[in-house]
Design a protein around this ligand. Structure first.
Ligand code: NAD
Length: 365
């Protein structure tokens, strides 16, 4: 069924403030939520930015907690929740990437504190009601509207310093949400418009960022951040498929880095789905400004200097078989059925960093 023939669309509330210098609106936005004591969350590396936020909050700042860590370990979540209670916080300001916003969500899940998110990467978590918490080495994810940030401040000033390599992988991570949204089973025309525009903004923004033309950097960052907003929004509204399942498996089981894993796998996941989702692929290709989605994305990643193989980001060849087995267990819905041999081939090609080949499915769909 095409996304346009039948759909249900429930828009999720979120107030978005976008613009350079808009961190200055933080105290007003916290006050608008009726909050008086906001706890600012960050990673140790982003303590300086968090201090800027605390200064903006003035007397509405309850403190800074710099305990955010990758994948939200449960102990980290408990410490932050206890700290919020100890300080009498009535709001969490999550300033950083997906890991810090994830920590805010873990607190909100326990205590229903409203979150003001101030994203500094392109991962997109700020626009979703999806949370993830890692316990005993297993990351559990779920959806709950209590964790959807109430207000999001996109201030491009805060992502200007995001290193180029991280900007590229984070941007392609965001594109992955939009690419899968275009063939989602529960997609709809509004989400498809946002997804296509999100990919277009990021592709253009990242190209210009990497080309590094003087005077172009500020506008490129703004373009990337608008793309991230659009891609995060679609992630929050529709279900994901094979690509996200593979990345969740590879990240969770083999501890591969989040955004680089998305970057390497996406062209191969698109190649796998090419014949099953031709309309989505045409839209992705159009947004990227290339002839064909999967190979075009691989070529773009190369042009942007991104990692192209799972081997170079830490995966052992011997793990291909294990990852194949895990990808087949409890698969997500996908436009093309999950076939063991083809998934093994996909992972092998991604591990080796090959340009994807567009193989037809073994069985008619
Ligand atoms: P991250 O939050 O782990 O950040 C990586 C590093 O970059 C950290 O050290 C951080 O302090 C630093 N950093 C962030 N912004 C910076 C900046 N502007 N300048 C300099 N350094 C900066 O990375 P991420 O890729 O944003 O997030 C990944 C995590 O987010 C994963 O755990 C993923 O599962 C989760 N995620 C969740 C959702 C969701 O909807 N729940 C969506 C996307 C990602």
């Amino acid at each position: 069924m095409s996304a346009a023939s039948h759909f249900i669309y429930t828009a999720q509330p979120a107030r978005v403030i976008f613009g350079r210098g808009r961190l200055a609106d933080l105290a007003t936005e916290v006050a608008a939520l009726g909050a008086r004591r906001a706890l600012v969350l960050c990673t140790p590396e982003q303590r300086g930015m968090a201090e800027q936020a605390a200064a903006q909050l003035g007397e509405r700042c309850a403190g800074i907690h710099d305990g955010a860590r990758m994948h939200v370990p449960i102990e980290t979540a408990r410490r932050a929740t206890d700290e919020a209670a100890r300080l009498g916080a009535d709001c969490a300001v999550a300033l950083g990437g997906g890991s810090t916003i994830g920590l805010g969500k873990a607190i909100a899940l326990e205590s229903s504190l409203p979150i003001v998110a101030v994203p500094t990467t392109y991962a997109g978590s700020e626009m979703t009601p999806i949370y993830g918490i890692t316990a005993d080495g297993v990351k559990k994810t779920g959806r709950d509207l209590r964790v959807l940030p109430r207000t999001v401040i996109y201030d491009p000033d805060l992502s200007d310093g995001l290193p180029l390599a991280m900007s590229v992988t984070s941007g392609i991570n965001a594109m992955a949400h939009a690419a899968e949204a275009l063939y989602a089973r529960d997609g709809n025309p509004v989400m498809s418009l946002m997804a296509e525009e999100g990919i277009r903004s990021l592709a253009l923004g990242l190209r210009r960022l990497v080309q590094g033309a003087p005077g172009d950097q500020a506008a490129s960052r703004e373009m990337c951040l608008q793309g991230a907003w659009l891609c995060g929004t679609v992630l929050g509204h529709v279900g994901m498929a094979l690509h996200h399942k593979l990345c969740h498996t590879l990240g969770g089981t083999l501890d591969l880095p989040h955004a680089p894993t998305h970057t390497v796998v996406l062209p191969h996941a698109l190649a796998y789905n090419t014949t099953a989702a031709p309309e989505a692929m045409a839209r992705i290709a159009r947004a990227l400004g290339v002839q064909e989605a999967a190979t075009g994305l691989h070529d773009l990643a190369r042009e942007l200097g991104a990692p192209l193989s799972l081997r170079e980001i830490g995966m052992q060849e011997a793990d291909i078989e294990r990852a194949t087995g895990m990808a087949l267990a409890n698969p997500y819905w996908n436009p093309r059925p999950i076939e063991a041999d083809a998934i093994r081939d996909l992972l092998r090609a991604a591990w080796a960093g090959e340009r994807p080949t567009l193989s037809p499915p073994a069985t008619a769909h």
